[in-house]
Design a protein around this ligand. Structure first.
Ligand code: NAD
Ligand code: MG
Length: 415
C-alpha cells in the first residue's frame, strides 16, 4: 500500500466509510421496500424531480410530507396530486392562504418551527433535504436527529455543519444518502472495493457556462450569462455556484465529510460532457466511474431505492451519439473558488459556515445586479481572510459565524 492509501485508512472516518463497509452485507432493514417520503423544498428543481421519480417508482413509495418557502399555490396543487398528511410552509404569511385552499384536508405547519417538526415527523421514513442554502440546515439536522434516513441534496448543510451532522447521524442511525450527482457516483463506485483500498477520488465538473471564457469576460458576466448552464437544469443559486465553481468547492468539502477522504486525495477534473459523474481510484490503480445522462432523477432515485436498483424514469445513454468524453485540468487562475474549497476543507471548524454564508450573500448581491460576477469570489476570499477560524464549533458558533460573514459581506460591498 502506498502513502496516499495509508492516509485514507487512517482518516476514513466519514459517514460512508462505515456505511459502505456495513452494507457489504446488506441488512434486512436496508432493503425495506415501502417508503414514506417527506420532501423538504418540494417546489424546487430537486423537489419536483423527486416527485417525478416517486411517481415512476409506483405505490411502494409514497409522499407523506411536503415543504417549501412561499409558493402556496404550487404546494396546493402538489397536495392535490400526492395527498400528503402534512405540509409545511416557511413564510407564515402564506400559511393562511394554503390552509384556506386545502380546507382542512391536510395539516399545515408554518415557519422554521414547522419545517423542523415536519422533518422529524414520526410518520416519515425518508426525508429528501432539498431546501436551498443555509435555510435547509435546521430541518436537515432535525431529520438526522430523529434518526430519519436522509437523501441529501442540501450540500450547504454539510459545508456549514458537517462536523455536527456526520457524528449525529452515527449516533441516531440516520443514513445520509447523497443526491448530489457526484457524491452519488462516488458512493456507487466505492462499493467496487473496500474503503481502505480507496486511493483517490476524481470529482468531475462540467466547467459551467464560462469554461472557455477569458478572465476579463468572466469578470463582467451578467446574471443571464451565469444562469445558462451548458448541461444541467437547476435552481438559480446552484447555477451561479456552478459558474463560479463555488459549487465544486462545496462538493470537495461535502466529499470530505461524507467519505472521510483527505482533501489531498480529492482531485477535480473538468469533463464538459457531464456523462462521467465521478470516479474512484483504488490502490491497484483500477478506476471505477459511474456514468449516465446528466439527469438528477438518477441520483435521486438511487438514494430512494438504495440498495436496490429499479427501472424508474431515467433516459437511455447512446455512447455513439456522444462521440467523445473529454477531461481537462481545472484552471485555478480563472476559477479561484476551487482553491478556496481545498483551503476551507482543510481549515474545518467555522470556516465552512463563513464560506457558505459569504457566498450566499455575494450571489444574492450579484443576482440583484449590485456587484459584478468577478466580485463574488473576491468577496468570499476577503471575508474568509478576516475570519479567525474556531475549531470544534457547536451549532450556536456555526450560526454566529454565518451571521458574522453576512455582515462582513455588507461591509465589503460598501467599499
Ligand atoms: P431551487 O431554488 O430550485 O429550490 C429550492 C427549494 O427550497 C424550493 O422548494 C424553495 O421553496 C425551498 N426554500 C428556499 N428557501 C426556503 C426557506 N427559507 N424555507 C423553506 N424552504 C425554502 O433549488 P434546487 O436547485 O432544487 O437546489 C436545492 C438543493 O439541492 C441545493 O442545496 C442545491 O445545492 C442542491 N442540489 C441541486 C441540484 C440540482 O440539480 N438542482 C444538484 C445537486 C445539488
Ligand atoms: Mg453536483
Amino acid at each position: 500500500m502506498d502513502q496516499a492509501c495509508c492516509r485514507l485508512v487512517s482518516t476514513a472516518e466519514g459517514f460512508y466509510s462505515r456505511l459502505i463497509d456495513r452494507n457489504l452485507c446488506v441488512s434486512q432493514e436496508c432493503v425495506a421496500v415501502s417508503k414514506r417520503i417527506t420532501i423538504m423544498g418540494s417546489t424546487g428543481s430537486i423537489g419536483t424531480n423527486t416527485l417525478e421519480v416517486v411517481r415512476a417508482l409506483g405505490s411502494d413509495y409514497r409522499v407523506v410530507g411536503l415543504a417549501a418557502r412561499q409558493r402556496w399555490a404550487e404546494l396546493e396543487s402538489q397536495c392535490r396530486a400526492v395527498e400528503p398528511q402534512v405540509v409545511a410552509i416557511a413564510d407564515p404569511k402564506c400559511a393562511e392562504q394554503l390552509r384556506r385552499m386545502l380546507n382542512g384536508q391536510v395539516e399545515v405547519l408554518e415557519g422554521e418551527a414547522g419545517l423542523v417538526e415536519l422533518a422529524g415527523h414520526r410518520d416519515t421514513d425518508f426525508v429528501v433535504a432539498a431546501i436551498v442554502g443555509s435555510a435547509g440546515l435546521a430541518s436537515t439536522i432535525a431529520a438526522v436527529e430523529a434518526g430519519r434516513h436522509v437523501g441529501l441534496a442540501n450540500k450547504e448543510a454539510l459545508v456549514m455543519a458537517g462536523s455536527l451532522i456526520v457524528p449525529l447521524a452515527r449516533q441516531t442511525g440516520a443514513r445520509l444518502l447523497p443526491i448530489d450527482s457526484k457524491h452519488s457516483a462516488i458512493f456507487q463506485a466505492m462499493s467496487a472495493g473496500s474503503v481502505d483500498e480507496v486511493r483517490k477520488i476524481y470529482l468531475t465538473a462540467s466547467g459551467g457556462p464560462f469554461r472557455t471564457w477569458p478572465m476579463e469576460k468572466i469578470a463582467s458576466a451578467t446574471p443571464a450569462d451565469a444562469l445558462l448552464h451548458p448541461t444541467w437544469t437547476m435552481g438559480p443559486k446552484i447555477t451561479v455556484d456552478s459558474a463560479t465553481m463555488v459549487n465544486k468547492a462545496m462538493e470537495i468539502i461535502e466529499a470530505h465529510w461524507l467519505f472521510g477522504i483527505e482533501v489531498d486525495a480529492i482531485e477535480v477534473v473538468i469533463h464538459p460532457e457531464s456523462i462521467v459523474h465521478s470516479m474512484v481510484e483504488f490502490c491497484d490503480r483500477s478506476i471505477i466511474a459511474q456514468m449516465g445522462q446528466p439527469d438528477m432523477r438518477t441520483p435521486i432515485q438511487y438514494a430512494l431505492t438504495y440498495p436496490r436498483r429499479l427501472r424508474g424514469c431515467a433516459r437511455d445513454l447512446d455512447f455513439s451519439a456522444i462521440g467523445q468524453l473529454r477531461f481537462e485540468p481545472p484552471d485555478l487562475h480563472r476559477f479561484p473558488a476551487l482553491r478556496l474549497g481545498y483551503e476551507v476543507a482543510r481549515a474545518g471548524g467555522t470556516a465552512g459556515a463563513v464560506f457558505n454564508a459569504a457566498n450566499e450573500a455575494a450571489v444574492e448581491a450579484f443576482l440583484q445586479g449590485r456587484i459584478p460576477f468577478g466580485r463574488i469570489v473576491d468577496t468570499i476570499r476577503e471575508v474568509l481572510d478576516r475570519h479567525a477560524v474556531q475549531s470544534n464549533p457547536n451549532l450556536g458558533s456555526i450560526l454566529q459565524s454565518d451571521a458574522w460573514a453576512r455582515n462582513e459581506v455588507k461591509e465589503c460591498l460598501k467599499s
